[in-house]
Design a binder for this molecule. Structure first.
Ligand code: SF4
Length: 311
């Protein structure tokens, strides 16, 4: 009787650890499919590159709104910035679990390394993540597997535990050594691709959540742009260059106001109220910000403004 092909889903972030996790399994003749995620806070570009390098299929799942809800109310709190990594891992693994059951994969693997990240990669958090994602026994972490309890695929000899690893901690020496040995050349530096770990962005997002707890994805998107000012429950976002101006324009939605100088160059301001509309006072403030950050006023021209209201 032909042997059954063992199939695993690997959570592929695009970083070296997740690439190695996939590679370890591929070297045991396990058929691997990558799954990656995208949201308001990160994309799947690196994962796509990694899947190409590994020559495996990749499914990208959009978790934008679900992740935003988690960012607003994380059960397990935040890391250093506004990154709810434990809750976020649970969400991603739940999604991967749905896929596993639907498409009859045998188990799920991740590139998590015990002790590598203070918040989400310690023994306690990894147990919580496994339990709450509903994957108990079916979540393999090949890079640290020998330091963790045996999983079902190991018990059922779908995976050889002996060929898995016991990597611990933040040093990347072993991973780099494995990448070299297995010919993995193109992998990114470990800098996080998720903007929720950025301290400056975290400040902006905290402010938005404080002033508008019900904010949506299209509000969060504004925070990636330019200079931000608040007047009570109204946000003024000022572009820093032409590219940002175009980006802001594309994010305008009904009831927003766009302001710019008519008679000499300067930034574009997008004004959005989260309460009862944009007040006269805020419009005046927005004009002041524009004047302040505009290029030098040629021959002291009296500034004239173009104001567009999005209906
Ligand atoms: S860094 Fe961002 S994407 Fe990664 S687990 Fe944390 S919150 Fe989620």
């Amino acid at each position: 009787m032909p042997q059954k092909t063992i199939k695993a889903i690997v959570l592929l972030s695009g970083g070296l650890d997740s690439m190695l996790a996939a590679k370890v399994l591929m070297m045991q003749n396990i058929k691997v499919q990558g799954v990656s995620f995208k949201s308001y806070f990160f994309g799947a570009k690196l994962a796509k590159k990694a899947a190409e390098e590994l020559k495996i299929k990749l499914k990208v799942v959009d978790i934008s709104d679900e992740q935003l809800e988690i960012v607003k109310h994380p059960k397990y709190g935040y890391g250093k910035a506004i990154n709810p990594c434990i809750d976020c891992h649970i969400l991603m693994l739940k999604k991967a679990g749905e896929l596993m059951r639907k498409q009859k994969f045998d188990f799920i693997a991740t590139g998590e390394v015990l002790g590598e990240r203070p918040m989400s990669q310690n023994k306690k958090s990894m147990e919580i993540i496994e339990r709450e994602s509903g994957l108990e026994g079916y979540l393999l972490r090949p890079l640290s597997a020998k330091l963790l309890p045996e999983t079902m695929p190991e018990k059922e000899s779908q995976v050889e535990r002996e060929k898995l690893f016991s990597i611990f901690g933040r040093s990347r020496k072993k991973q780099i050594e494995l990448a070299k040995k297995w010919g993995i050349k193109n992998y990114p530096t470990p800098a996080g691709g998720c903007i929720l770990t950025d301290l400056e962005f975290a400040k902006r997002l905290r402010e938005l959540l404080k002033r508008c707890p019900k904010c949506e994805g299209e509000d969060v998107r504004l925070l990636r742009y330019g200079r931000i000012f608040w007047n009570k429950k109204t946000i003024v976002v000022l572009s820093r260059n032409e590219k940002e101006g175009k980006g802001l324009e594309s994010l305008a939605k009904p009831k927003d106001m766009l302001l710019e100088l008519k008679n000499y160059p300067g930034p574009l301001a997008l004004v959005r109220s989260f309460a009862n509309g944009v007040s006269e006072g805020t419009v005046e403030k927005a004009k002041d910000y524009i004047k302040h950050y505009a290029k030098k006023n040629p021959r002291n021209k009296k500034p004239e403004f173009l104001i567009r209201n999005y209906e």
